[in-house]
Design a protein around this ligand. Structure first.
Ligand code: SAM
Length: 455
C-alpha cells in the first residue's frame, strides 16, 4: 500500500494520515512532519489544525494499546500489515476508542483515506477490521497492578513492556505508572530568554497565557500558544524553545560561573540549546567550545550562534569520543557532556519513540555515552565540574554511566549555590520527571576530579 501522500486538502484526518505515514514509513519526527504539513496546508481552520494535532499525537501515544484493541479483529498480525494500512487502522481505532467519534464517520473517513493510497487495495481490509472493532469498541483490560506491575503500566499507558519494566525496577510501580501517564499528556511550550520580564510582558499583552517557569530563572511556560504566536508577540525579545529541565542542566554545569570570563566545553552541542544558554550566562571574555560530530549539524549550529549574536560560541566539528584536535586536556573551567541518548524522557514531545526504540538501544547508547564522557572529562581542569546529562530515563544510560566516571577518580560535587533541591535525588543527581516536576525527563550528575587526567 506504499504510495504518494494523500492530499492535505482532505482536512484534519488527511493531514494526520499523511503525517503518521511519514513517521511510520519514513522515520520522520512527528513534531517536524506535523509542523511542515500544517504549514503546507496554509490557512486552516484552527479547529481542524487542533484535530490534526490531536490525531497525530494521540494515535502515536496510544499506538501500542490501539494495536492490542485491533488485534482480535484482524486476521493478520498488525506488524505484518502494509504500513499505510496499519496507520489507517490506528487512526480509525483512535477515533472510535478515545475520541468517541461516531462509527460511520470514524470508519467511513478512514476508509476513504486508505482508498486514496495505492489504488485502495487495503481499503476493504481496513473497512472490515474497523467495522468489527466498532461493534465491540474497547481496549483490553490491563493486568492488575499488584499482580503484574510492568504489565499494568505497559497496557494502561501504551508503553513498551521493556520500558515499563525499566521504570518499575528503577522508580517503583506507583511512580512508573504516574510517569507513563504524564508522558501521554501534552507538554506545554517552554522557552528560555535572557529578558524574562520583557518576554512575559509582551506575551501577556498579546493575550498569550505565559508564566515564569517554576525553577529556571530564564524559563517561560506558555499554555495553548505556538512558537509562531510567541515570535510575533515577542517583538524582538530573544528566546529559544527549551524545556525547563534542559535549562536546569546548563545551570547545574555552570550556574556558578555566571558573569565570569570562563571557558566551557559543550561536548555534544547541536542544536545548541545549552551552548547558547552557556554563552548568555557567562561574562565578557568567555568561550564556549561547542563540539558536534555531524558536519551538517555543526554548520547549522555555527550559523545559529552567529544569527543570535553569540560570538563566544566556537563550533568544532569533531568526535567527542576521541581526542579532540586543538584542545588542551585540563584546560576548561567546566565540561558539559549532554550525550546522545534513547530520549525516553521526551516521550511527551516525541511519542513516536515508543514505537522506534528497542531494548538493545540502551546498552548500545550506554557504550557510546561512556566513551564520550570519559574522553570529554579529560578536558576539565582539576577541580572543575564535569556534568554528564541525558534526556532519557534508564539506569543503563544514567547512573550506570556515572559509575564509570566515579571509577576514574571522579566524585560527586555539590550543585551551584541556590540550585533547586527538589530536582535532586538522594545521591544529589538531577532527576526530573514530568509526573513530579512538570518538565521533560532528564538525568544529570555533577562530578569533579581533583587531580589531572593521567592519560
Ligand atoms: C542530546 S543532543 C545534544 C543537545 C544539545 N546539547 C542542546 O542542548 O541543544 C546530542 C548531540 O550529540 C551529537 N553527537 C553524537 N555523537 C557525538 C560524538 N561522538 N561527538 C560529538 N557529538 C556527538 C549528536 O549529533 C547530537 O547533536
Amino acid at each position: 500500500m506504499a504510495g504518494r501522500p494523500t492530499n492535505p486538502a482532505a482536512g484534519a484526518r488527511g493531514i494526520a494520515f499523511d503525517v503518521l505515514r511519514r513517521v511510520e514509513e519514513g522515520g520522520a519526527y512527528a513534531s517536524r512532519a506535523l509542523d511542515a504539513a500544517l504549514g503546507a496546508a496554509g490557512a486552516l481552520d484552527p479547529r481542524e489544525a487542533g484535530l490534526a494535532t490531536e490525531l497525530v499525537y494521540g494515535t502515536l501515544r496510544r499506538a501500542l494499546a490501539l494495536d492490542a484493541a485491533l488485534a482480535p479483529h484482524s486476521r493478520r498480525a498488525l506488524a505484518e500489515l502494509d504500513p499505510a494500512a496499519r496507520v489507517a487502522l490506528r487512526l480509525g481505532a483512535y477515533q472510535l476508542l478515545v475520541l468517541g467519534t461516531p462509527a460511520h464517520a470514524a470508519v467511513g473517513e478512514t476508509v476513504a483515506l486508505a482508498k486514496a493510497v495505492d489504488h485502495g487495495r487495503a481499503a476493504g481490509y481496513v473497512n472490515a477490521v474497523l467495522r468489527s472493532l466498532s461493534r465491540a469498541a474497547r481496549f483490553p483490560d490491563p493486568p492488575a497492578l499488584e499482580a503484574d506491575p510492568a504489565g499494568h503500566v505497559a497496557a494502561a499507558e501504551a508503553l513498551p513492556r521493556w520500558v515499563a519494566e525499566e521504570w518499575v525496577g528503577w522508580l517503583g510501580a506507583g511512580e512508573a505508572l504516574a510517569l507513563a501517564r504524564a508522558m501521554n499528556a501534552p507538554a506545554p511550550l517552554c522557552v528560555r530568554t535572557p529578558d524574562r520580564e520583557a518576554l512575559l510582558a509582551r506575551a501577556r499583552a498579546a493575550g498569550l497565557a505565559a508564566a515564569p517557569a517554576a525553577r529556571a530563572p530564564g524559563g517561560v511556560v506558555l499554555t495553548g500558544a505556538s512558537v509562531g504566536e510567541l515570535a510575533r508577540a515577542a517583538g524582538g525579545v530573544p528566546f529559544q524553545v527549551q524545556d525547563e529541565a534542559a535549562q536546569l542542566v546548563t545551570l547545574l554545569a555552570a550556574g556558578d560561573l555566571a558573569g565570569r570570563p570562563a571557558r566551557v566545553l559543550d561536548a555534544c552541542a547541536a542544536p545548541g540549546g545549552k551552548a547558547f544558554h552557556l554563552a548568555e550566562l557567562l561574562g565578557p571574555g568567555a568561550e564556549v567550545v561547542a563540539i558536534e560530530l555531524h558536519p551538517r549539524k555543526a554548520d547549522e549550529l555555527a550559523r545559529e550562534a552567529a544569527r543570535r549574536g553569540l560570538p563566544a560560541v566556537r563550533v568544532v566539528c569533531a568526535d567527542a569520543g576521541k581526542p579532540i584536535p586543538g584542545l588542551e586536556p585540563g584546560s576548561f573551567d567546566a565540561v558539559l557532556v549532554d550525550a546522545p541518548c534513547a530520549g525516553l524522557g521526551t516521550l511527551r514531545r516525541h511519542p513516536e519513540l515508543k514505537l522506534r526504540r528497542a531494548p538493545g538501544d540502551l546498552p548500545r547508547m550506554a557504550a557510546l555515552q561512556r566513551k564520550i564522557a570519559l574522553n570529554a572529562a579529560r578536558y576539565a581542569r582539576p577541580g572543575a565540574p564535569v556534568v554528564y546529562s541525558i534526556c532519557s530515563l534508564s539506569r543503563a544510560e544514567g547512573p550506570e554511566v556515572v559509575e564509570t566516571l566515579l571509577g576514574e577518580g571522579f566524585r560527586r560535587a555539590p550543585p551551584p549555590a541556590g540550585f533547586p533541591a527538589d530536582v535532586l535525588d538522594a545521591r544529589g543527581d538531577l532527576l526530573t520527571l514530568p509526573s513530579r516536576h512538570g518538565t521533560d525527563g532528564f538525568y544529570a550528575a555533577r562530578l569533579v576530579r581533583d587531580v589531572p587526567s593521567t592519560d
